[in-house]
Design a protein around this ligand. Structure first.
Ligand code: NDP
Ligand code: OXD
Length: 312
């Protein structure tokens, strides 16, 4: 069996080693811009180029494409140039716990006023601040998939009121569930800490615009760990500067790396991280991909196949 490995950053050596260990007998091959692609049965890739996808579309023996990450927007953006083989994304593989760590940290930092205590300490000030009421700190998670559900579970363990929003209706113990565009405003109205864990699709692009962000209550906090294009960046900034939104922790941006002159860099109420909230754990990803290839070979059902119509 021949498996193509490709990453936009060229770092495939460790993936090749991992796959060789997980699938004895596998032959891995690489590809570089301008090269003719060799025959392959599967492709495992991240940030492919148009040129690579055009060649994969002609690869007669290709059975499936595996992504080295969770977000299918990274490949679906190529639209008509996509090969017809199924596209399979990573399902959790160690990312859900990292998301839970990240969101818990950002929420607790705001809720327990750690930034303010940090400032006070720098000024040698010993001065307990009023405690926020937990019942007024509803955490609202947009996207109740592999990652969102783990965040919901973690925030419930801290005894925050938790609500969730998804495309299809859900019933989750101890969680107020909302679904669809018609329930989005109600969801936002009662959310003090908003977390986005939605995929980027035509429906979620620019979803968090000025009107929707204004629907959040005064003093709300925004955590975006999904995709930057879901958030209207100038609108967030305006609402933070007006005092309606207290601040934000952002891991993802419309343009990455966040450009040097971007106003977010100068806004102290915005915490910026460089798209690290949940990193691919290569060993777990390789194991999952190897298992899914085995399932394809045995004509067994395979999880996490991307629905091209839905965009995730
Ligand atoms: P899943 O596909 O498991 O879950 C997606 C969730 O979003 C589902 O609950 C789905 O609803 C919901 N959803 C999709 N479209 C809509 C919509 N139009 N309206 C309301 N809800 C919607 O994805 P994951 O949890 O695995 O990953 C989520 C995203 O996180 C990824 O797509 C990626 O962009 C991002 N990510 C970011 C990383 C980072 O480091 N910053 C790392 C990994 C992922 P339903 O349940 O009804 O289908
Ligand atoms: C992903 C990501 O989607 O890294 O996996 O953002």
């Amino acid at each position: 069996m021949r498996v193509l490995l490709y990453r936009g950053d060229g770092q495939i050596a460790a993936w090749a080693e991992g796959l060789a260990r997980a699938m004895p007998g596998v032959q891995t091959l690489g590809w570089q811009e301008g090269e003719q692609l060799g025959a392959c049965n599967y492709a495992v890739l991240w940030n492919p180029s148009h040129g690579l996808l055009a060649q994969l579309a002609q690869a007669a023996q290709l059975k499936a494409i595996f992504l080295m990450g969770a977000g299918a927007d990274t490949i679906l953006k190529f639209g008509d140039a996509l090969p017809s083989a199924p596209i399979v994304r990573l399902g959790d593989t160690g990312m859900a716990v990292q998301m839970a760590e990240y969101v818990a940290h950002a929420t607790l930092r705001y809720f327990r006023r750690f930034d303010e205590y940090e400032q006070q300490a720098r000024h040698g000030l010993w001065s307990p601040l009023p405690v926020y009421a937990k019942e007024e700190f509803t955490v609202g998670v947009m996207g109740l998939g592999k990652l969102g559900l783990r965040v919901v579970e973690t925030m419930r363990a801290f005894e925050f009121p938790v609500r969730g929003w998804s495309r299809t209706p859900k019933e989750l113990h101890g969680v107020d569930c909302f679904a669809g565009m018609e329930q989005l405003d109600d969801f936002l109205r009662g959310t003090r800490v908003l977390v986005s864990l939605l995929p980027l699709t035509s429906e979620t692009n620019n979803l968090l615009d000025r009107r929707r962000l204004s629907t959040l209550p005064q003093g709300a906090y925004v955590i975006n760990v999904a995709r930057g294009a879901q958030l209207a960046e100038p609108d967030l900034l305006t609402l933070i500067r007006s005092g309606h939104i207290a601040g934000a922790t952002l891991d993802v941006f419309r343009n990455e790396p966040l450009p040097a002159p971007h106003p977010f860099w100068d806004e102290p109420r915005i915490t910026i991280t460089p798209h690290i909230s949940a990193l691919t754990v290569r060993s777990e990803a390789v194991r999952q991909i190897a298992d899914k290839i085995a399932a394809f070979e045995a004509d067994q059902p395979v999880d996490d196949i991307v629905d091209r119509n839905l965009g995730y």
